[in-house]
Design a protein around this ligand. Structure first.
Ligand code: AVI
Length: 326
């Protein structure tokens, strides 16, 4: 199936909404709260995306390599369960390594529709994929898949497989995760499938190490958000005035990432002043962890029945194949 030819040009369809129109508004709103917060989706500018790619390669960050190994081991089984002529819809097309493992085993997949908020990344990876899989129709969509996206899937719901890897679902609050999955179940229709990667609960030490790597890449990824605000929103954050903080919050089952102010200070964003006390934090990300059972229950309430779950021997990560009840 693979064929290392030159990239084939692909047209990127764009969602009508301008994607980053809300950055300034979201930052001003978040920093104006009693418990300051910034939305994690703004991590992923060009440098943030590169830093995230580096995180995925770190020894301490087990999710990427564990999920990839699970897909490599079980792609044949997944392909057998979903059958021939599938349209594969990828939500947030990261590195294409994982999707290729599926495409290599699926029986005559009909189309591949990656949906992503990074237009450049989408264009480049879709073009490469189209070149490597000549029989496959590749139609990328530039959109924020959380907000919804225009997609018409030929072949009917039961020929549709959505793929949502990386445990990105963990970055949603469980209530939002449930409503997002419910919207997706209705949107794709009864009989459609969802293959989703979910990071498992495990001892705190292992989890905390994954978000506090020795090389400081996760710290740089977190701090890059302030650099981005300085650059794009005329911010005056002193990057030495904040430190990276990540810990597992056992009560709610999530890793929390924060940026902690090392002193009392005042920062301007687009001319608007914000005061920080020493030790005060900006909450920048949550990464919820689920047992396989907890996740299946959440998915069930959202309209998805579990067809299969795969986990590695060390029970670090899970992949679920779900079936929409519409
Ligand atoms: C994208 N997401 C699933 C990552 C996670 O593990 O929650 C983002 C991340 N943040 C710090 N390291 C990785």
């Amino acid at each position: 199936m693979r064929n290392a030819t030159a990239p084939r040009p692909v047209t990127v369809a764009q969602s009508p909404a301008k994607l980053d129109a809300g950055f300034l508004e979201d930052v001003l709103d978040g920093l104006g709260l009693a418990e300051k917060t910034l939305p994690a989706k703004y991590f992923y500018d060009e440098r943030g995306s590169k830093l995230f790619d580096e995180i995925c390669e770190l020894d301490e960050y087990y999710p990427t390599r564990t999920e990839t190994a699970l897909l490599a081991d079980h792609a044949g089984d997944i392909a057998a369960q979903v059958g021939p002529g599938i349209t594969l819809l990828e939500l947030g097309s990261g590195s294409s390594t994982k999707v290729r493992l599926l495409l290599d085993r699926l029986d005559h997949p009909k189309a591949y529709i990656p949906v992503d908020i990074s237009r450049e990344h989408l264009q480049v990876s879709a073009a490469r994929l189209a070149a490597d899989y000549p029989g496959l129709k590749v139609t990328p969509i530039f959109a924020d898949y959380v907000q919804g996206f225009p997609v018409s899937v030929e072949g009917g719901a039961d020929r549709t497989l959505a793929f949502f890897p990386g445990s990105t679902i963990g970055n949603f609050h469980p209530v939002e995760a449930q409503s997002f999955l419910a919207r997706l179940a209705r949107r794709l229709g009864a009989g459609s499938r969802l293959l989703i990667g979910v990071d498992l609960k495990k001892p705190k030490e292992r989890l905390e190490a994954a978000y506090n790597d020795a090389a400081g890449v996760t710290a740089a990824f977190n701090l890059n958000l302030l650099e981005r605000i300085n650059r794009e929103l005329d911010g005056t954050f002193d990057l030495d005035g904040f430190t990276h903080l990540a810990f597992y919050n056992d009560d709610v089952g999530r890793i929390e990432m924060h940026l902690k102010s090392v002193r009392d200070q005042k920062v301007l964003v687009a001319g608007v002043p914000f005061r920080f006390e020493e030790g005060e934090t900006i909450h920048t990300e949550d990464s919820y962890k689920y047992s396989a059972d907890e996740f299946r229950k959440l998915a069930h309430v959202a309209g998805w029945s579990a067809d299969a779950t795969w986990t590695d021997d060390a029970r670090l990560f899970s992949i679920h194949l779900l079936n929409s009840r519409g």
